[in-house]
Write a protein that binds this ligand. Sequence first.
Ligand code: F6R
Length: 612
Amino acid sequence: MCGIVGYIGPREAYPIIITGLKRQEYRGYDSTGVALINRDGLQVYKKKGKVAELEETLLGKPLSAHIGIGHTRWATHGEPSDRNAHPHTSASGKLAMIHNGIIENYGQLKQELLNKGYTFTSDTDTEVLLNFIEEIKKNNKCSLEEAIRIALKRVAGAYVILVLDADNPDTIIAARKGSPLVIGIGKGEHFLGSDATPMIEYTKEVVYVNDYEVAIVKADELILKNLGNERQTLYITKLDMELAAIEKGGYDHFMLKEIFEQPHTIYDCLRGRLDAKAGTITMKGVQDNIEQLINANRIIIVACGTSWHAGLIAEYVIEELCRIPVEVEYASEFRYRNPIVNKGDVVIAISQSGETADTLVAIEKAKENGAIIFGIVNVVGSSIARISHAGAYTHAGPEIGVASTKAFTAQLAVLTMMALKIAKEKGTITEEYYSKLLFELEDVPEKVESLLKNADEIKTIAEKYKGASDALFLGRGYNFPVALEGALKLKEISYIHAEGYPAAEMKHGPIALVDENLPVVFVATKDAYHAKIVSNIQEIKARKGKVIAIISEGDEVIPGMADDVFVVPPADEIIAPMISVIPLQLLSYYIGVAKGCDVDKPRNLAKSVTVE
Ligand code: F6R
């Protein structure tokens, strides 16, 4: 949540910051601001609304500068407004700061400052922290760097901060705990970002700053220190990301581009790992920990949102193939409960961003209890990837649309390969079924490609149902979590209220909602439960509900009963979710567009949820 960008060096800072903020708008977009230092001193511009809106108002302003910071906000303390937008300035007007995270004890710090006569112009925790830093600097007559270190020792919560000092225009000071910070190293210049997207056309060398580190960033020097003022080693990582991957490439929206990328992203995820002919799955992270995985007493999956839905499908797959008990936990619940985690338990953390605060803390908790942590993450070098004992990247490439699409199918591909590898080593799967599933997995990209050719059929269905106020998504077995995912996608993209249920559960309550106005989406591909789901469709039809069914090629029963059908290529039920979810992604996209919603940046959401 909140995107931060910084630049110091010989180039013009403002265009780099504005472009970087646009790339990071997926992190939050309710207000925007920049601070620059030039020969006129410290310039701060900020405004409620998206980056482009601020940019428009700044035409003709003195923006030439070689040092600057910028922020795109997802509000935590204080409503989205001009005065709550970052950067905030200190009481003296000399310091400017941007912040991603939450200062949990800001109330106490604020009271201390109020007692000393400070007044505040915003409702934010950020303004409190900045003035707290300035107060320490003034009282201790110390440098800004030292004041920040002292202040951060008093702070509870999560933060990345970037601070400018008008009296010291050749340095940006940055610090992090619990929120991401990447520093790009150029020739005589440095770039700062919540992720690497603001810097990819300038440098491929980056440093991921660790928790409790303070970075002193000058054009030609980067120093990292811990809060105890000890120098820390700089670990430089090579970026493997191209500019094209973060551009729309001719599509109207990132979400549509990312849906259509899935044949490639699933292929990239399988590539180099799966060889169906040879009957092998090569996954180093799994192989290195194979004994622990085979002998795990229990697997606990922790995740949030769409990643949690991938975890639910993995529960079914792992229990079926590996005969290991699996529990799937919302990370936000797991971290605050007193869960039973024993040595010998394996925790799988699933996260696209690798920065979700609840998932990070859940991992830390499980680690303390002796569990082995296996991270399934999309963003290379992210915090979850770094704190896991082992893991596998999903290789879906940058996902910019706020709603997760291609990351989900890549997560399923990784989890399925993982389950197959464990089952093979454990001897809980027959040779025939193992081989069949390997070949089926290899065919997924082609099947997805073929169904995407009929995307217009979903567009037509979307037109028909765009006026609905509610929708129900039903599925059984492996398709139940797919129904949950379809409902989540529809509500976040089109703001239509939607619920996902196991199809058989509807009789226990949700059926009361059914009337001639309610669209009910059935994920009804051919599997062991097909006859049962046909009965469920009849139950809905008997109550005049409108049925939209996702069915397998060759299904001759459901087309005669449903109002609308979309046909997908047949697949084994373990593989089917990677295919059957795609029409649901398209349905929410087309309904969202038809309703005029901002599908890439739905209201109130942010892609990387770095606050709890
Ligand atoms: C839904 C969506 C969210 C995320 C959730 C977890 O489309 O994107 O529900 O899945 O916030 O995020 P990650 O996977 O980054 O941990």
